[in-house]
Design a protein around this ligand. Sequence first.
Ligand code: PLP
Length: 382
Amino acid sequence: MRNSSRSNVDPFIVMDVMDAARQAEEAGRHIIHMEVGQPSTGAPVAAREALAEALDHDSLGYTVALGLPALRKRIAQLYGEWYNVDLNPERVVITPGSSGAFLLSFTALFDSGDRVGIGAPGYPSYRQILHALGLTPVDIETSLDHRLQPVPQDLTGLDLAGLMVASPANPTGTMLDKSAMTALIDAAQGQGAAFISDEIYHGIEYEAKAVTALEVTDDCYVINSFSKYFSMTGWRVGWMVVPEDHVRVVERIAQNMFICAPHASQVAALAAMDCREELEGNLAVYARNRALMMEGLPKAGFSRIAPPDGAFYVYADVSDLTKDSRAFAKEILDEAGVAVTPGLDFDPKRGATTLRFSYARSTADIEEGLARLTTFMAARRG
Ligand SMILES: Cc1ncc(COP(=O)(O)O)c(C=O)c1O
């Protein structure tokens, strides 16, 4: 049967790495997972309890498309707590993960063929979803001088209908401070482009607090999720904040595309928002892991790294070690028993010489992974 040309999207290479790691485990090997971009912790205890309680009393049918009013209200309150931003709960839309929010936002904002700027390196699904919707992803090649984040001059002449940024970013963990965020928003709006801010890693930041685009302007889309800080990847629940006059537009699309985000997950998410102590405990583990990585990776021989401001990744330039990050990742998996992600997922042009290491797992795993990488690299040097 025929296929659309829109459906011809690239695979997510990290999934192939995960599959190779799984096969090695099935064959009896012990693998350290530095490829996965998700916490190893489950949803907070009180979130699970809230759901258990709801299962007994609630049929958990559809919610309204914009999501449970109590959850929208609690998210608006979070903007007060985290950023001192006064947010109208009516502007909050609950989505099936931030991935669902990408579909909604791209559909609400753009017409077929529109050009949407995304940073390279960046989260691969932006490019693939844009392509699948008949939009044109425009890679903005970022530089180390700007900590691999786009800057206003990069937008010159691009004729964009939209600009998507992430801070903290995947795979680099770098953030935009308020002046960098403001400058980008001004530049995007100056050429009539809609500004979309992926803030999924907010809450996982180490030195400075991440800035939300809502501190700068109301005229933007902000996307967030319960997947990372709230440790609820598989629950598929996230949110989006949109300008007041876009709520109805997004609501109509959401009604038709998804009906609603999973009701059970919304119940758990609401309770998760009050689990600060447990979530800050998870954060303390990431902070410890980050310190171990900053010390251990250069010692092992991965010296071209920059300290991440947030998220749980280190993006390493391995151009001194390989010209083929995919083959190198395979070698590391086969010989060291450590799964890592080749940079090609994040940067189709330059990713052949980069690797992403995730430190989202337990500290014991990170220690073991670093020890294995050190032995592997020493053997490789001969
Ligand atoms: C930058 C970024 N945005 C979005 C997502 C997707 O997350 P969700 O589980 O909310 O769909 C990820 C997942 O790793 C990510 O790294």
